[in-house]
Design a protein around this ligand. Structure first.
Ligand code: FEC
Length: 319
């Protein structure tokens, strides 16, 4: 008989009520409570997107859809909120899962992103008696997974068609030719620049995703670039250029239309709905740039299929 299988699907986590924001923010900051001004500023951002982020609900929908597609149980564990990664790992052991695949909903490997999710899961596993401990295969990166790249490319093509005027010059089967004043701006969450001191793979993994998406669209070099968003409110330097710097420069170069594609994220949440849809969109308007944002992958069928393939390829043989 086949051993019982399961998937640990790890996500960032999100507060589901305004009262939870302080504890959530404290956890993100490694246990240091935020100053009152910072907390108020964060609450204001959540209020601007309706009070709560849709992230937790979307993560649950992604998990249910993946479970239906695979026919194996999928356990959700969050990095910064309930249900914690440790709780999910414990539930897997309790349910008798023996062979597991662990995967973070963050496509790009970094010690400060997917690596930290896996680290949290490994620590949780150590707390479980060896006889009950599921064996795990870890997926730490899927930056160039073909169905993921194609799903993003599809959304870039669809978003470009929403730009005004003649932004899209012609689209042969699957390719995207943009007018000279039109760009694709890929974005990802910034990280402190010190990640470069340990040769963290994050910047190069992002570059590879963007190259792959641009390549699959046949997008000319010079028609796309990568910028970082949502940098932390700390004094140390963060990876750049920031989206705001990129938009400013593009406007100066006469670019009038931009497709923003948050390629580092796979769901709608605060960093997409506020940092891009409110903040970057307002800046683009001031600069006279027509900006559209690509639809998030969320629980769309093509994205769930991409995740399923990833799990099946990593996972135990049938039998
Ligand atoms: O919708 C929601 O409720 C949550 C949205 C959310 C996502 C997300 C993804 C990433 N973060 C990453 C790194 C950092 C680093 C810091 C940091 C801070 C915050 C704060 C909030 C927040 N993050 Fe986040 N992040 C989300 C939310 N993040 C809120 C705190 C306020 C602020 O700074 O804006 C800095 C920590 C510090 O101050 O010490 C670093 C990375 C990702 C994407 C990949 C991944 O999921 O790991 C990297 C979604």
């Amino acid at each position: 008989r086949a051993a019982r299988r399961g998937v640990l699907l790890m996500a960032y986590g999100s507060p589901e009520r305004l009262e939870e924001i302080e504890a959530y923010y404290t956890h993100i900051r490694g246990g240091r409570p935020p100053a009152p001004e910072l907390l108020e500023e964060l609450k204001a951002r959540y209020l601007a997107i309706g009070g709560v982020s849709p992230l937790a609900a979307i993560t649950r929908r992604q998990a249910r859809a993946l479970e239906r597609r695979l026919g194996w149980p999928v356990y959700v564990g969050m990095r910064h909120w309930h249900p914690w990664i440790a709780e999910a790992v414990e539930a897997m052991a309790r349910d008798g899962v023996r062979e597991a695949v662990g995967l973070a909903l963050a496509p790009h490997a970094s010690r400060m992103s997917s690596g930290a999710y896996v680290q949290a899961a490994r620590e949780a596993l150590q707390a479980i008696e060896p006889s009950r401990r599921p064996s795990f295969r870890w997926i730490e990166s899927w930056a160039t997974l073909q169905p993921f790249v194609l799903a993003v490319a599809r959304r870039v093509r669809e978003a470009a068609r929403r730009l005004p005027g003649d932004a899209v010059e012609q689209t042969a089967e699957g390719t995207l030719a943009l007018a000279p004043d039109t760009r694709v701006l890929f974005t990802a969450h910034s990280l402190p620049e010190r990640i470069r001191t340990w040769n963290d793979p994050y910047p190069s993994e992002l570059e590879r995703t963007c190259q792959a998406v641009a390549g699959s669209l046949g997008l000319a070099a010079g028609r796309w670039e990568l910028a970082y968003q949502s940098r932390g409110r700390t004094a140390e330097p963060w990876l750049g250029p920031d989206v705001s710097e990129a938009l400013e420069r593009l406007a100066g170069e006469g670019v009038g239309r931009v497709v923003v594609c948050p390629v580092g994220f796979v769901a709608d949440h605060l960093e997409v709905l506020y940092d891009l849809d409110v903040e970057a969109a307002a800046q683009a308007r001031r600069l006279g740039i027509a900006m559209v944002r690509t639809a998030s992958l969320n629980d769309a069928e093509d994205f769930i299929e991409a995740l399923a393939r990833l799990v099946i390829e990593a996972g135990p043989e049938d039998g």
